[in-house]
Design a protein around this ligand. Structure first.
Ligand code: ADP
Ligand code: MG
Length: 286
């Protein structure tokens, strides 16, 4: 967490890429699990109407009574939407299909791009109790150090809400021929959000996903991306790994389903690289 005059607030990272199937959700789940495994306190906010992060973490219908949709439209407080997962230290605000209608419903609402940001700003903080509820107490006893927002595959109002609420964006990029295509559009959107909605939004990093060792193209794409984006690209690369794609159907993170598979190991490495980067960012400039 970043210390601000004795108060701490979580580092808010958004997983965004308007392409579908690039590893946003897989990274949210497994990076979240890996961070929790090394002692961070993590909240995933599932902003995709498909709800793959919620399903992948084994959150059933009955546990989605209060969802990200209710938080966005202002019908619920974030702490009332939080559901613990089976991973100690990892909670989620689940998604429901209601989110499909959010774009239209929010169209004419004031601060429609700031809905998530405003909701997160009202999240209870240590030493600043609000209504003294049990849920509030649970949340302030061990405050979140990381929030990971999983976005739909679109640059719609939900993604804009995520970018407006976030400190930084983490971009999963699939190692395939068209990896860089669409990236310029994403970066233009980030620029637009910066000028009009959230000046502090940074690019935290780019994560190469589904890297295939046996495929020369994967190598070439990886080196192309590194040439374009330099040290924004994480050294850790996530390999294509069948265990990773199997895990969600058991409602488990890959790190729980098979913590020894190559994919799980890569996500553990990614988490430690991320923590290192975050530490370097916070070090005061010499
Ligand atoms: P997005 O959220 O960007 O749409 P997902 O994380 O859902 O992408 O990934 C798309 C599909 O690819 C899913 O079926 C997922 O299980 C699979 N997948 C993601 N990462 C890997 C990986 N490293 N190895 C194998 N399959 C993967
Ligand atoms: Mg997804």
């Amino acid at each position: 967490a970043i210390s601000q005059g004795g108060d701490t607030r979580p580092r808010i990272l958004v997983l965004a890429n308007q392409k579908g199937g690039v590893g946003k959700t897989t990274t949210a789940i497994n990076l979240g699990t890996a961070l929790a495994a090394v002692g961070e306190r993590v909240l995933i906010v599932d902003l995709d109407p498909q709800g793959n992060a919620s399903t992948g973490l084994g959150i059933g219908r009955a546990e989605r009574k209060v969802s990200a949709y209710d938080v966005l439209i202002g019908a619920a407080l974030i702490e009332d939407a939080v559901v613990p997962t089976k991973v100690p230290g990892l909670d989620i605000v689940p998604s429901t299909m209601d989110l499909l209608g959010a774009e239209l419903e929010l169209a004419s609402v004031p601060r429609r791009s700031h809905r998530l940001r405003d909701a997160l700003a009202r999240m209870p903080r240590a030493g600043k109790p609000r209504n003294g509820s049990e849920k509030e107490a649970a949340l302030t006893a061990r405050p979140y150090t990381y929030l990971l927002i999983d976005c739909p595959p679109s640059l719609n109002l939900l993604t804009i809400n995520a970018m407006t609420a976030a400190d930084a964006i983490l971009v999963p990029l699939q190692c395939e021929f068209f990896a860089l295509e669409g990236l310029s559009q994403l970066l233009r959107t980030v620029e637009r959000v910066r000028t009009s909605l959230n000046p502090r939004l940074e690019i935290q990093g780019v994560v190469l996903t589904m890297f295939d060792q046996r495929n020369k193209l994967s190598d070439q794409v990886a080196s192309d991306v590194r040439q374009h984006l330099g040290d924004k690209v994480y050294r850790t690369v996530i390999p294509r790994n069948v265990r990773i794609s199997e895990a969600p159907s058991y409602g488990k993170p890959a790190l729980v389903y098979d913590h020894r598979c190559a994919g799980s190991k890569a996500y553990m490495k990614l988490a430690s690289e991320l923590i290192q980067r975050e530490r370097a960012l916070r070090r005061p400039a010499a």
